[in-house]
Write a protein that binds this ligand. Structure first.
Ligand code: HEC
Length: 240
């Protein structure tokens, strides 16, 4: 039988009609969940040493947004609540209401200063500290670029100079008393020491089998940063 004949003979029946309606219903209900496909622009820099006057997106802004906003159930790839996905540069620029050079008219900055349930991150999470708000403000003011600098030095691995800032940047947003990921509090030295000693710190940041990969949903830490953690653990995880 010719294909044309088949087509002519084809008469949609009840089953096909129901199938079509179901299909359309599924499409309609999923519409909000289809992720916006964005093109990730290349990172600018990454090799040069950091300038004190510049806020670098990859070093400061992304870790902050990943650990305070892009967690599951909020503004990650899967949930993207209110259409806002703060998981990557491309997504942040496409959905975060950033107006480069104009922080006070940028939604990403404005929501940090709202009150009640409109404030981000919403209660019971703690509001951003002034220093954290300044990071977002200055980055937008400086043009909201996808920039990076080399801020890592494997010869530095004391708790105060290396480990505490890394934990604060990459982990604390999900591991503090108001948001206890896995029941783990990394807002104090004692909490960080505990996971250093039970082996979970290195297992999780090295993405080893048998451990849950950290930072959850974010990019793996650079080898240099993992080395800083390793050297501190090897030194006995001191409070130095
Ligand atoms: C976006 C949120 C988020 C960030 C950022 C994050 N964590 Fe977690 N972490 C979690 C959650 C949630 C769990 C519990 C996961 C589970 O039980 O499924 C967890 C679990 C863990 C565990 C237990 C892993 C295991 O195998 O039992 C360790 C250790 C840990 N995190 C360390 C860290 C460290 C170190 C960082 C920073 C480098 C970090 N986390 C960053 C959310 C996060």
């Amino acid at each position: 039988m010719q294909i044309t004949e088949k087509i002519q003979q084809y008469k949609p029946g009840l089953l096909e009609a129901i199938g079509l309606i179901l299909f359309l219903l599924i499409i309609a209900s999923c519409k909000h969940d289809i992720p916006i496909r964005v093109i990730e622009p290349p990172v600018d820099g990454g090799e040069q040493t950091c300038s004190a006057d510049t806020v670098y997106f990859q070093n400061k802004v992304l870790p902050l947004l990943n650990s305070s906003c892009a967690m599951s159930g909020c503004h990650d790839d899967i949930t993207h609540k209110d259409g806002v996905n703060l998981s990557t540069y491309g997504n942040i620029m496409a959905t975060g209401g950033v107006r480069p050079g104009n922080p006070t008219n940028s939604k990403l900055y404005k929501v940090l200063n709202e009150t009640g349930g409109d404030r981000m991150p919403p209660p019971p999470a703690a509001p951003f500290t002034q220093a954290q708000k300044d990071i977002i403000y200055k980055w937008i003011l400086q043009g909201a670029k996808n920039n990076a600098c080399n801020d890592c030095d494997t010869t530095v691995f004391t708790y105060a100079a290396a480990i505490a800032p890394l934990v604060s940047n990459y982990c604390k947003g999900c591991h503090n008393p108001a948001s206890l990921g896995g029941g783990i509090d990394l807002s104090t030295y004692a909490g960080v020491k505990a996971i250093a000693q039970n082996g979970k710190l290195m297992g999780s940041i090295r993405h080893q089998a048998g451990f849950i990969a950290m930072p959850q949903g974010g990019t793996k830490l650079s080898e240099c940063k993992i080395t800083q953690f390793q050297k501190w653990v090897d030194a006995g995880a001191p409070n130095n």
